[in-house]
Design a protein around this ligand. Structure first.
Ligand code: PLP
Length: 372
């Protein structure tokens, strides 16, 4: 029985081009890029080339790219590093929500699709607002934010504010060059688009001040100290280049597979609710709420059948707390208890989807029978 992996929003397998790109930096090209000898210059050149290329793919200038450790770090840096009142929607990833709550920021309501309520956002921002952070794509339910509308609103109401987007879930689905002009800062994480874990990017528009979170040797023009993860940076760049090249074709292919998956569940079972309409979300995201069952029991049966899915987002404890995203969207608690997130990515196949439909339908029927 081959593993059916439908948890690409948690992490997606590394692309072979990324693996191939990083290997030499573990072996013969291992020098510290901050050194002064020719060997170090070779590593530095690799980072410079990666910076130029990744900047192009993200629609920013090379000087606006800060390489760092992960998406969480990028989010934390912008939140800690910008003064004034911080504002974010209630359905943000915890990497944004927790630090904003910790600094006494404002949390704004979202609508039933998980999209920030623009009227509430208007009310929440004023001339004291220092930072507005709104995710590009929701990691649990896949909702795409209308960043053009958010940007217009923030620029008008609070022109002094820094506008940040957590674009960690966007790279596989949206052309980043169309997001970049709308915001001042963006967060990315390589392992969501076929690069390695433990490396990411924060983009900071020229002229915007964001204090460093990590200080020391002054790497990344004093914006993020610490010896560069050269292999990770090079591999992340290769992964994003491949993702960017394949994006239009993959979005169509995976959108069709996603539709078959969700249609299969809705047709095969009673009382399965598609959480967010398909035209409001990214192509690879399937999220449903199944009435009359608990996600935990369903995931147990799926795991036994070697199907990897999830209930909400991945978290360190693996615990199944009620989803703050579904809560913010106003999904009924009993229904939210039966949430199932299946997320597709570059390795997903027709076979994965057919198998998932059969096993989920069968498992839900078993659970409902045993509860009756
Ligand atoms: N933001 C979003 C929207 C995410 O989905 C994730 C990962 O789950 C993160 C931030 C955190 O990224 P990382 O795993 O690189 O810390």
């Amino acid at each position: 029985m081959a593993l059916t992996y439908l948890d690409h929003a948690a992490t997606t397998p590394m692309r072979q081009v990324a693996v191939d790109a990083m290997v030499p930096f573990f072996t013969e090209r291992f020098a510290n890029p901050s050194g002064s000898h020719r060997f170090a210059r070779d590593s530095r050149r690799a980072i410079d080339e990666a910076r130029d290329r990744i900047a192009e793919l993200m629609g920013v200038g090379p000087g606006e790219v800060v390489f760092l450790g992960c998406g969480t770090e990028a989010d934390n840096q912008v939140i800690a590093g910008v003064g004034g009142v911080a504002v974010c929607p209630a359905a943000e990833h915890h990497a944004v929500l927790h630090p904003i709550e910790a600094r006494g920021g404002r949390v704004v309501a979202v609508d039933h699709t998980g999209h920030v309520d623009l009227e509430r956002l208007t009310d929440a921002i004023d001339d004291r607002t220092g930072l507005v952070s709104v995710m590009a794509v929701n990691n649990e339910v896949g909702t795409v934010t209308d960043l053009a509308a958010v940007s217009a609103l923030v620029r008008e109401r609070a022109p002094q504010a820094v506008l940040h987007t957590d674009a960690v879930q966007a790279a596989c689905w949206l052309d980043l060059r169309s997001i970049a002009p709308l915001v001042d800062c963006m967060s990315f994480s390589a392992h969501k688009f076929g690069g390695p874990k433990g490396v990411g990017v924060l983009t900071i528009r020229d002229g915007i001040e964001v204090d460093p979170l990590i200080v020391g040797g002054g790497q990344e023009r004093e914006r993020r100290s610490g010896t560069h993860n050269v292999a990770g940076i090079v591999a992340m760049t290769a992964a994003l280049a491949a993702t960017d090249a394949e994006r239009p074709v993959e979005a169509e292919r995976l959108g069709e597979l996603r539709n078959r998956l969700v249609d299969g569940l809705v047709d095969g079972l009673d009382d399965v609710i598609e959480t967010v309409p398909r035209d409001r979300k990214v192509a690879g995201s399937a999220h449903v709420c199944v009435a009359g069952i608990e996600s935990e029991s369903l995931l147990f049966l799926l795991d036994e059948a070697e199907i990897c899915a999830s209930a909400a987002s991945a978290c360190a404890s693996g615990a199944m707390d009620p989803s703050h995203v579904l809560g913010a969207m106003g999904v009924d608690r009993a229904l939210a208890a039966g949430a199932l997130r299946m997320s597709l990515g570059h390795t997903s196949t027709e076979h994965d989807v057919e198998r998932a439909v059969d096993v989920v339908v069968d498992s839900v029927r078993r659970l409902r029978r045993s509860a009756a």
